[in-house]
Design a protein around this ligand. Structure first.
Ligand code: FBP
Length: 256
């Protein structure tokens, strides 16, 4: 008999098999340059996250510890276990683990996330850290989301559909429950990404703020091609009306 993970492992962070995660780890990745007077405050973000449109909110440990009151917020918490700043400007990036699965559980996590820069000269370190996290998370039945970002001097074009499909496949090979990846730019190549990920589910990252109609069109395409949803930050909380765009995105994902 072969070992198969509990197929219901995603039940706490999905609704009818679909997902919409609000990403708010940009404070470490980019610094507060992404923020304004409102969205610099994690409480503002948590209110959006708790609006009912989201199946998860992604926080780093510090924000989770200081702001995520598990008795108050209903939105499931996803703790990002590694991170880095963009100040070092390393051509080949490494994102070290800064939080353990046990700590994440203490903050109320229903899932954990980890970035792997595939193609980086430090890929092997991240792959091996990810393996240990997988093992630990498995003990608690906690799903693991892998941010699969091709990056480094050997990656000529991060948006190359062949490389994105490779990244998605690596997520499956490593045992990720969900991979978070970029859009390839066209439906056909994106379908191949989803097929390459096999039983690992696919969510698409947001990226920098785009015109609303374009963002909704992209959402529609990725859902039609088999993604289960999005993990998006700036396109929501940089909007003057975050709940309006959240509702529209949710309508596309859950096809209302
Ligand atoms: P956005 O929707 O704001 O792009 O967030 C998605 C995300 O993956 C975040 O989780 C992360 O902080 C950020 O993008 C990393 O962006 P990059 O490494 O491309 O600068």
């Amino acid at each position: 008999m072969f070992f198969q993970k509990n197929t219901d492992i995603l039940k706490n962070i999905t609704k009818d098999g679909k997902a919409l995660f609000l990403a708010y780890d940009q404070g470490i990745e980019h610094g507060p340059t992404d923020f304004n007077d409102e969205n610099v405050d994690p409480q503002y973000i948590l209110k959006i996250a708790d609006s009912g449109y989201f199946t998860g909110v992604i926080l780093q440990k510090g924000v989770a510890e200081k702001y995520f009151d598990k008795n108050k917020y209903k939105v499931p918490l996803i703790v990002k276990l590694n991170g880095k700043t963009n100040l070092a400007k390393d051509i080949d990036p490494y994102s070290p683990q800064i939080c353990t699965v046990e700590e994440a559980l203490k903050y109320g996590a229903k899932a954990v996330g980890y970035t792997i820069y595939i193609g980086s000269e430090f890929e092997s370190m991240m792959v091996s850290e990810f393996g240990r996290i997988e093992e630990e998370a498995e003990k608690y039945g906690l799903p693991v989301i892998a941010w699969m970002y091709p990056r480094g001097r050997n990656v000529k074009n991060e948006k190359d559909p062949t490389i994105i499909a490779y990244a998605a496949r690596v997520g499956l090979e490593l045992g990720a429950d969900i991979v978070k990846i970029g859009y390839t730019g066209d439906p056909k190549s994106f379908r191949w990404v989803v097929e390459s990920a096999g039983k690992t589910k696919v969510v698409v990252m947001g990226g920098s703020k785009e015109p609303e109609e374009e963002f909704l069109e992209k959402t529609k395409i990725v859902i039609e091609q088999g993604a289960i949803g999005l993990a998006v930050g700036r396109n929501i909380w940089q909007s003057p009306e975050p709940l309006v765009i959240s509702k529209k995105i949710a309508e596309v994902i859950w096809r209302k």
